[in-house]
Design a protein around this ligand. Structure first.
Ligand code: SAH
Length: 278
């Protein structure tokens, strides 16, 4: 059955069979863009993008995804990069309220899932306070997308019974972080925004009992054609982090060892040539 050829369905036929939620005038849709590969957008996200009259986006939303939006839409970049906030959060909040109050159909699109380390809820609180209605469209979060494309399962019956997602924006003195929980074995730890603090993370995990030879991976630009995966062990984390650039995820755990066997994405150039447009 593997070589069965499935006929491509024309775009109009796909669209007409799918449910479709309207984005109303004066309403905001908070949309998750997923980790970068445009095919990982949900159909609902795409529907919202196509209806949007104004789109506020940040740098994590890939260019390929931004190229899908209506050419008439007003695009506003409110991007944030580590250490450089191009538009302060309160301005973004104000822009959302103002555009909605002017009656535009507004999409606020964020990388990954808007409720996972994305401050999406903070923006919604402002909308509620200002009487603006909204919808939320979840997206594939980086931890899920990037590991899948690296062939690293988040859980596995033999190697990890749980997975934890944490932010690497940790303060050294932050006592609310329970390092002994983070350092448990047979668990997958996925660290967002962790490159800058990798030395501290490496030290804390080992001090709290994680073995120094625990496999780690750093996945840079996961799911994008330029995805890069760096493998190593926990004791090499800070040194390997210097070879990686943002956006990148750090994955710590026994499951990482499977990545070398299950690697599939970008493995050969043939794969990237199989793209077809419906
Ligand atoms: N809301 C987003 C996360 C925003 S925080 C989500 O659900 O994915 C930003 C961090 O997410 C980055 O610093 C990086 O650690 C991670 N990240 C986002 N996209 C990524 C990608 N394509 N590959 C690897 N890490 C990514």
């Amino acid at each position: 059955m593997l070589d069965t050829v499935v006929p491509l369905t024309p775009r109009s036929a796909i669209d007409s069979k799918l449910p479709y939620t309207a984005l109303r005038k004066g309403e905001v849709a908070l949309v998750g863009a997923g980790p970068g590969d445009p095919e990982l957008l949900t159909i609902k996200a795409l529907n919202m993008l196509r209806q949007a009259e104004v789109i506020l986006y940040d740098y994590l939303v890939s260019d390929e995804i931004m190229s899908l939006v209506s050419s008439d839409a007003i695009l506003v970049c409110v991007g944030k990069r580590a250490g450089a906030h191009s538009v302060p959060q309160h301005k973004t909040n104000q822009l959302l309220v103002d555009f909605a109050k002017q009656g535009y159909r507004v999409v606020r699109i964020k990388g990954g899932d808007p409720f996972v380390f994305g401050r999406g809820a903070e923006e919604l609180e402002i909308l509620v306070d200002n009487g603006v209605s909204f919808q939320v469209v979840p997206g594939i979060t980086a931890a899920s997308g990037a590991t899948a494309y690296a062939g690293i399962p988040l859980t596995h019956r033999d190697y990890a019974q749980s997975a934890l997602f944490v932010t690497g924006h940790l303060k050294d003195e932050d006592s609310s972080v329970d390092w002994s929980t983070l350092a448990r074995k047979n668990q997958t730890l996925v660290i967002y925004m962790g490159l800058m603090k990798s030395g501290f993370i490496e030290k804390q995990l080992q001090q709290h009992g994680r073995a120094e030879d625990t496999p780690i991976a750093i996945i840079e630009r996961g799911t994008q054609s330029s995805q890069k995966v760096i493998y190593g062990k926990l004791s090499e984390l800070s040194q390997l982090s210097t070879q990686a650039a943002s956006p990148a995820l750090i994955v710590v755990g026994e499951v990482v060892a499977l990545g070398k066997k299950l690697e599939w994405f970008n493995k050969d150039s043939e794969h990237s040539q199989e793209l077809a447009y419906v």
